[in-house]
Design a protein. Structure first.
Length: 278
C-alpha cells in the first residue's frame, strides 16, 4: 500500500499484514530500493495496489523502483476505487494470499474482486467532486446550507440528494465499512446500511487520501464488500487460468497482473512479439 490509512485491520488471524511503500518525501530512493528488495527476498512477489489519485511523484517512485530492480515479480496495480474501497480490495487480496493461488492469479484477481465492491460517500458539498459525474443542478443545490449528497463511485456512478432518492446497492450479502471525516451525519449507518441489508457495520479510520479524492473533508466514506474468504476463493477459482505470453506467469481475465501485458488470443501467438519466449 502507499499509505497507512489504506491498511484495514485483519478480520481473522490468518490474514497477513500489509507493507506501506512510502512517498518520495518520506524516504530516499536507496532506502525504497532496499525495502523492496527485502520484501522480494521474504515473499518472492510484491503486489502494490494504489488509488488513481496518488500524487504523480509517488506513482513515479513506484515505477522507478520496479525499473531499477528489473523485477517482473513486482505488480503495480492502479485502482479506480475510492481510497476506502482500495483498502477493502487490498484486505481481500491479503486474505487470498494465504490460499493456493499463484502471484500472477492473485495480482490479476484485483480487477475481478473490485467489481464486487460498492464504494461511495456521504458529502456535504459536490462543488469540487470531479471523479463522479455531477450535473449543474446538483452543483447548484450544493450551495444550499445543510445540503447532503449520497454518492456511489463504484461499480456504477450515482449521485442523489439525501431525502430525494436511494443509492442502488448490492444484490448479495455484504458487510459495510465506514470511515468518518468532518461530518456527524448518521445517514450511512442509520439509513444506508439497513436499506442495503448489510450483515455488519465496521468503523475505520478515514484514509489520508479521501478528502482530496472526494473534494471535501466534510464526508463519511463507505464501502460494501464480500466478507467471506471462501466465497472470494470460489470467485477467483471459477475463472479460467491462462499463461502470460510475455512473463510466463499465470493470469485470469484479459490482462496479466504482474507485467500488465494483455492476453494474446491463441491464434495470434505464432506471430509478432507474442512469438518470443518469455
Amino acid at each position: 500500500m502507499t499509505g497507512p490509512g489504506l491498511v484495514l485491520p485483519a478480520q481473522d488471524q490468518r490474514t497477513p499484514p500489509a507493507a506501506v511503500l512510502r512517498a518520495p518525501g518520506e524516504q530516499p530512493l536507496d532506502q525504497a530500493l532496499t525495502d523492496m528488495q527485502i520484501l522480494l527476498d521474504q515473499h518472492e512477489h510484491v503486489i502494490a495496489v494504489y488509488p488513481a489519485g496518488l500524487p504523480a511523484a509517488h506513482e513515479c517512485r513506484l515505477h522507478t523502483v520496479r525499473s531499477v530492480l528489473e523485477s517482473d515479480r513486482i505488480a503495480l496495480l492502479k485502482s479506480d476505487l475510492p481510497p476506502l474501497g482500495v483498502a477493502v480490495l487490498v484486505r481481500q487480496l491479503r486474505q487470498l494470499s494465504v490460499c493456493d493461488f499463484s502471484a500472477g492469479v492473485l495480482a490479476s484477481a484485483a480487477r475481478l474482486l473490485s467489481h464486487y465492491v460498492y464504494a461511495g460517500a456521504l458529502l456535504h458539498s459536490v462543488t469540487r467532486l470531479d471523479r463522479v459525474p455531477v450535473g449543474l443542478k446538483a452543483h447548484a443545490k450544493s450551495w444550499v446550507p445543510g445540503s447532503q449528497f449520497a454518492v456511489l463511485a463504484h461499480p456504477q456512478p450515482q449521485l442523489v440528494r439525501i431525502g430525494t432518492g436511494d443509492l442502488a446497492g448490492p444484490q448479495y450479502a455484504t458487510q459495510l465499512v465506514v470511515a468518518r471525516g468532518q461530518s456527524t451525519s448518521e445517514w450511512v449507518t442509520g439509513t444506508l446500511a439497513p436499506a442495503w441489508q448489510v450483515g455488519a457495520v465496521h468503523e475505520a479510520v478515514l484514509p489520508d487520501e479521501s478528502p482530496a479524492w472526494w473534494g471535501t473533508p466534510k464526508l463519511i466514506e463507505f464501502a460494501a464488500f464480500l466478507p467471506d474468504v471462501s466465497l472470494l476463493h470460489q470467485l477467483v477459482s471459477s475463472v479460467r487460468r491462462e499463461i502470460c505470453t510475455w512473463c510466463g506467469n499465470e493470469l485470469i481475465g484479459d490482462r496479466c497482473g504482474l507485467c500488465n501485458a494483455p492476453l494474446i488470443p491463441p491464434d495470434d501467438r505464432s506471430r509478432g512479439p507474442a512469438a518470443l519466449s518469455p
